[in-house]
Ligand binder design. Sequence first.
Ligand SMILES: Nc1ncnc2c1ncn2[C@@H]1O[C@H](COP(=O)(O)OP(=O)(O)O)[C@@H](O)[C@H]1O
Ligand SMILES: [Mg+2]
Length: 421
Amino acid sequence: MARVKYASDFDKSVLLNNFDARGWVQVTPDDDWNFYWAGVHNIRNIFGVETGFRMGDDQVINHFPNHVELTRKDLMVKNIKRYRKELEKDGSQLAEKDETGRFVHLDFIPLTFMLPADYNLFVEEFRKNPNTTWIMKPCGKARGIGIFLVNKLSQLKKWSRDGKGNSFVAPTAKETYVISKYIDNPLLIGGKKFDLRLYVLVTSFRPLKCYMYKLGFCRFCTVKYNASVNELDNMFVHLTNVSIQKQGEDYNAVHGGKWTVENLRLFLEGTRGKEVSDKLFDEINWLTVHSLKAVAGVISNDRHCFECYGYDIIIDDNLKPWLIEVNASPSLTSTTSSDRIMKYKLISDVINIVIPPGELPDVRWCKVPAKEHYGNFYLLYDEDLAQADLLNQEIKVRAGAGNAMVRGARDLRKPSQATWK
Ligand SMILES: Nc1ncnc2c1ncn2[C@@H]1O[C@H](COP(=O)(O)OP(=O)(O)O)[C@@H](O)[C@H]1O
Ligand SMILES: [Mg+2]
């Protein structure tokens, strides 16, 4: 058994218990580690040009250096918009639009503007649809902090032309906001809004190799949903972040306001039928793959890196999934005992995919683990295995009965590639 040397910026038990169970030895980030679970704040320094640090073939780390292209709210939107434009320019069928100008296959993020940069465009849109509710989010914060709903232009004075938006100083990430169309018709269960937290592991962007974790969960609000204007500033109604809901009087510490995705699936099959429920999950896979493809060209695809993203997805009452944001460092705090077990398994399964069990990491390998090491992940997309014209086939499949895009991609796995070396 190889004794992997690990470093960690976190002392979370779901991480440390996993490392201990494997008999790994802890070292400091300055030592010769094989596996480093780093905080996002550190990753830039580790890859910093100034440090001149180069990793060895036996070193892997849990972030890509410029993951912000996907995980900062404004950059994600910018990249997805660019991706759609590029496909359109190439005449791809993927960029097909309907008569109202909406992308038929790639309309999976709510309409979004950057503030202050797009203030005028936003005002134009606001005036066209004055009854729309918007959600304003600071790009440099997370866990629901600094978010508010907007239904009057006067709420945005600070960002208007007379406010600080007019200054010539380029705003920093901390001062940059995105304002998105608020999904005001969320699917409700028991009258309550929820969103999905799904885990997506990426081991390579070029070629794209990504895995979806089967044990994602729903995060429920503690109070009933109410879209009325009087409730617009009640964050217990509108924000599903656990860190917000936990502060509510009605927070239930036993279930933590969480439901497994499997439960959701059974519920939807029972209440809406299997076909629409399968379609919803296929669409979630679809949007996940395309959000990753949208950034694949701009991420520094360092072979030492892998990343386990936390996807936030809202389902509306037409069962259409919307991508809300992608987190580079999804919470590893456990709120309940089943939460702890699920997160422990998550880390265990991530490790089994990125390091061949019982061995040291070796980035010279092609990073395609044997299927028996997938654990609770399934292969979502492997570009190597996708045929050249797969995208076009996907469109046909998607347009026809049931979207089998991802299943199709999985079926294309060649047996010879199902091993480590
Ligand atoms: N466009 C939207 N429509 C409806 N609800 C939203 C929208 N954007 C965000 N939310 C709600 O607000 C929460 C926090 O937003 P998010 O973008 O995930 O920011 P944070 O980084 O603070 O978690 C989401 O989990 C969701 O419940
Ligand atoms: Mg979030």
